[in-house]
Design a protein around this ligand. Structure first.
Ligand code: NAP
Length: 335
């Protein structure tokens, strides 16, 4: 138990105030005790993972911040299938390295994403054509409503595009561990342009090469979290009906469309739209958009959550006025 630590130090956007209380747990018993105590106190309890997808509010915050430090990794093998169970406190990229080193396919396209294993299902992290929901079979967490640990099967997690039951009910579950189904057989997913360009004629690269390629591409495009305050992509890619797409296309030239898997709906790139609207490198006071990537909001030294929010709102308003599409945020307010 400790107080005084600021969310500015614990989140990658590097803004935010001081919560009333910090708790960290490394056993199920400790977790249960903290949750029961907060329930009894009627306290607002929020779990913080790597802090890489949140906009922490400014000032003194009347909440308990819980960090889950379960860092075990276990696996079982059955033929070509490997089931991996990883604790919520494991760094996401450490898990990717762990599986790639052992020759297990499934997580390589999700290389170099900041954050923890416990945070990954919340927003169903995705990159280069792979989504966590494709390899995650179950999640065990403490259900605050039922006051007991529960294992949620795939269908119960309601995965969607950067979405899940954990995001829709942010106060309900504290994720303890996540189970993945990986494969010893190669499963190449190289359809995204950046990877296709990188590998050229090589259609069957080694697993370690895929990881290295993804890490390198990301390092070139996304800012280094140790050097600048950012939460990666700030907005989601809008999903539109074909009718909406045709309207937007009139305002944004050569607008690419991507399949969603749902007939009649297409996905457009928010980065492309913001780029066309010349947001890349644009700055307002201590906040701006990255000069290499128009979807990546950057908070410079001294920025506040309020400034980030105001800047993001101005973008949302402008885009809505220009193309009739309301951008949705990927980054969520905390607490
Ligand atoms: P990009 O390759 O410049 O593409 C821009 C957008 O177009 C992407 O967001 C992607 O949607 C979509 N897209 C491109 N090729 C596609 C294809 N073949 N099929 C379907 N959709 C396609 O993207 P980027 O900004 O450099 O990011 C690279 C990857 O990292 C993307 O997959 C992005 O989503 C991912 N990423 C994830 C997070 C996160 O989970 N918070 C943060 C940053 C980047 P998708 O977003 O659906 O892939």
């Amino acid at each position: 138990m400790s107080g005084g630590r600021s969310l500015r130090e614990a989140t990658t956007l590097r803004v935010g105030g001081v919560p009333r209380l910090w708790e960290s747990v490394s056993t199920q018993k400790q977790l249960e005790e903290v949750v029961r105590q907060s329930n009894a106190d009627g306290a607002l309890l929020r779990v913080l993972g790597g802090g890489s997808n949140v906009l922490a509010r400014d000032g003194m915050l009347d909440c308990v911040v819980l960090e889950v430090r379960n860092t075990h990794i276990q696996s079982t093998e059955d033929g070509d299938v490997v089931m991996v169970t990883a604790g919520a406190g494991v760094s996401w990229d450490q898990l990717v390295v762990y599986t790639v080193e052992r020759g297990w396919w499934g997580l390589e396209n999700l290389s170099a994403i900041p954050g923890t294993v416990g945070a990954a299902p919340v927003q169903n992290i995705g990159a280069y054509g792979t989504e966590l929901s494709m390899v995650c079979t179950s999640v065990t967490g403490f259900d605050r409503d039922l006051e007991r640990f529960r294992t949620l099967a795939h269908h119960e997690m309601q995965f969607g595009y950067r979405d899940s039951v954990f995001k829709r009910e942010p106060h309900r579950y504290v994720i303890w561990e996540v189970v993945f189904r990986l494969s010893k057989k190669p499963l190449w997913q190289l359809s995204y342009k950046d990877l296709e360009t990188y590998f050229g004629a090589e259609k069957q690269p080694a697993l370690i090469e895929v990881r290295a390629a993804v890490a390198l591409i990301r390092a070139k495009k996304f800012p280094n979290l140790t050097q600048v305050g950012t939460a990666g992509s700030f907005f989601k890619n809008p999903v539109l009906t074909m009718e909406q797409y045709r309207e937007v296309e009139k305002q944004v030239s050569d607008l690419p469309q991507f399949p969603t898997g749902v007939p009649g709906f297409v996905k457009i790139s928010a980065a492309y739209v913001l780029d066309q609207m010349e947001y890349k490198g644009q700055r307002s006071g201590s906040v701006g958009m990255h000069d290499q990537h128009a979807l990546v909001l950057v908070a410079y030294s001294g920025a506040t959550a309020h400034e980030v929010d105001v800047f993001a709102q101005s973008i949302e308003k402008n885009i809505e006025e220009k193309i009739g599409v309301r951008l949705e945020r990927e980054v969520q307010f905390f607490p």
